[in-house]
Design a protein around this ligand. Structure first.
Ligand SMILES: Cn1c(SCC(=O)Nc2ccccc2)nc2c(=O)[nH]c(N)nc21
Length: 287
């Protein structure tokens, strides 16, 4: 495990690109894991497995944001994630916490989280302050509507421009709240209030987000956008996920949020070997 004593911002300066962020769901109804990780032990076992597979950091979530999911109370979300975040941070694992609630942010940061991954882009009252005071990184993601209704009838004038303008405004709001640009990451939010055409458009023009001047995080792994293209069900989307990961990498993504860490790391190693974008570590095995 790399030392987590490295300041959060260093994540992007000391490592190869794109980074691989492994997904650890601690939600009974979590989408692709079907509640396998309902307990702390299951979650920790999975987390350490993902680190062994080569994850650069993990995204720990205690509230499912699947379409139609119902919100979880603060107490329940804290009960789910804190034991996992504390143990992982103690083991020098870089942990991102997927939450929109300021109270959960503050507790997660105190427990050792180095990033807050907010699908609501720090729009909840108190969220900007929690991250600014916590001194950690933040991922600002775009979502249209709420998980309960976001897929009912998503509408955009121009999905790429509309999402880009939203993210630009959130970056500005975060900077105004005292979060420096080097602690920010943006994310178009695939599947969060987007239909198939919107999702494809966003991936095709992902490079448009680079000029926002902050790293871009992408979460495509196993999502229904890929299932619609291949006709594969949720547990058979690894090939499509790898294809999507490489497209995102070619278009400049800096972090990939994935379920299948080893497969993604291997695919990126081939990509980096050809495009020479990896760190010395990537090619060390060939010396
Ligand atoms: C927390 N979180 C999620 S959860 C949805 C999910 O994985 N669904 C899903 C997973 C597997 C299969 C089907 C759907 N997606 C993102 C993302 O794209 N970006 C950022 N930053 N955070 C995210």
């Amino acid at each position: 495990m790399s030392p987590s004593s490295i300041p959060p911002v260093e994540i992007f300066r000391l490592s190869h690109r794109p980074l691989v962020m492994g997904v650890v769901n601690i939600t009974p109804d979590s989408f692709s894991d079907g509640g396998l990780f309902a307990s702390t032990d299951h979650a920790l076992n999975h987390a350490f497995h993902l680190m062994e597979e080569g994850a650069d950091l993990l995204d720990v979530g205690g509230e499912s944001t699947r379409p139609g999911s119902t919100p979880v109370f603060v107490e329940e979300e804290l009960r789910r994630i804190l034991p996992v975040v504390e143990e992982l941070a103690n083991q020098n694992v870089r942990v991102s916490v997927d939450t929109s609630k300021p109270e959960v942010m503050r507790a997660a940061i105190a427990a050792g989280a180095v990033m807050i991954n907010d699908v609501r882009a720090l729009q909840m009252p108190g969220a900007l302050e929690a991250v600014a005071e916590g001194g950690v990184m933040a991922c600002l993601m775009h979502m249209q509507g709420e998980p309960a209704n976001m897929q009912v009838n998503p509408q955009y004038d121009d999905v790429v421009q509309d999402v880009k303008v939203f993210l630009k405004r959130r970056v500005e709001a975060a900077q105004a709240a005292g979060i420096p640009r080097e602690r920010l990451v943006v994310d178009p939010g695939f599947g969060f209030g987007k239909n198939q055409v919107h999702n494809i458009e966003l991936l095709r023009h992902l490079d448009q987000f680079i000029d926002l001047g902050v790293p871009v995080l992408v979460g495509l792994s196993r999502k229904s956008m890929l299932g619609k293209i291949t006709g594969s069900d949720i547990n058979n989307r690894i090939h499509a996920s790898i294809a999507a990961a490489l497209i995102a990498a070619m278009k400049g993504a800096a972090i990939l949020r994935v379920h299948d860490v080893r497969a993604t790391r291997d695919a990126l190693a081939v990509y980096n070997a050809v495009y020479d974008r990896g760190s010395a570590r990537e090619n060390a095995s060939s010396l």
